[in-house]
Design a protein around this ligand. Structure first.
Ligand SMILES: C[S@@+](CC[C@H](N)C(=O)[O-])C[C@H]1O[C@@H](n2cnc3c(N)ncnc32)[C@H](O)[C@@H]1O
Length: 232
């Protein structure tokens, strides 16, 4: 992962916020979150790994009355092990909690609940079965992603959505191993894949897939292919 440039200015639009959140994923997040809202699903939102807030800002736009949004990041704090510290130093050296909060408050009146700590603490802070959407985008090292996926499973509601970032990049094999391990051995059902992210559920993916296909077939700006692999 390359370093996104931090800015000292207040962002006017999401494109001004440094980070890694491609337009296709912005569209897919919006679709999944709006579908949940249309279906009357209520539940909290969680993001592990916010960096400067690019995806968190979009998530915050979908918060319904009475729902809670929690984010977790190391920010300037120490990582729990040397490999994670090296990852943070290499890719996120310019990150501060203040920069995240400044960016977030350029788009929203109030901050989410911010956990400035390793993602391993999240199960102590967010109750089981409470979230409708969890974005796993913190460390890309296998041991951390494996644990983050386990936490997402515990924290999600039965039909909730988990999104795993960087599940297939050449520089993040740990995410790939943890993601496909979750599919093959931990009951995760993939709903769709974008270039960067795997969207999954521990509920039933089929109604979601049918509606998603309907939506995507009407768009001329998205390539689409349907694949089957190992029964998924
Ligand atoms: C790829 S960036 C997140 C990108 C962000 N979601 C966006 O939209 O641009 C990964 C973030 O995870 C954080 N991180 C790395 N290891 C972590 C850990 N063990 N626990 C919590 N956060 C961690 C980093 O500080 C960094 O901000």
């Amino acid at each position: 992962m390359t370093n996104a440039q931090a800015t000292e200015t207040y962002p006017g639009e999401l494109a001004d916020v440094p980070g890694w959140f491609p337009p296709l994923d912005q569209m897919l997040f919006t679709w999944f979150l709006e579908r949940q809202q249309k279906q009357g699903m209520r539940g909290d939102l969680l993001e592990l790994g916010v960096y400067m807030g690019k995806s968190a800002i979009l998530l915050g736009h979908h918060l319904q009355d009475g729902e809670k949004f929690t984010v977790c990041d190391l920010f300037e704090g120490d990582a729990p092990d040397g490999a994670n510290q090296a990852e943070a130093t290499k890719s996120y050296a310019s990150l501060t909690q203040q920069a995240f909060e400044r960016n977030y408050l350029s788009f929203h009146d109030t901050l989410p609940t911010v956990i400035a700590a390793p993602s391993s603490v999240v199960t102590e802070k967010v109750a089981p079965g409470t979230c409708r959407f969890v974005h796993v985008d913190a460390s890309h090292l296998y041991e951390h992603v494996h644990a983050d996926i386990g936490a997402a499973h515990d924290i999600l509601m039965p039909e909730g959505i988990v999104v795993l970032d960087d599940f297939r990049s050449e520089h993040t094999p740990g995410v790939s191993v943890a993601a496909w391990e979750a599919v093959l051995n931990r009951g995760l059902r993939p709903v769709c894949l974008s270039t960067q992210k795997l969207y999954g559920t521990w509920g039933d993916p089929e109604p979601l897939q049918e509606e998603l296909l309907d939506m995507l077939r009407q768009r001329t700006d998205c390539g689409l292919s349907v694949q089957e692999a190992a029964g998924h």
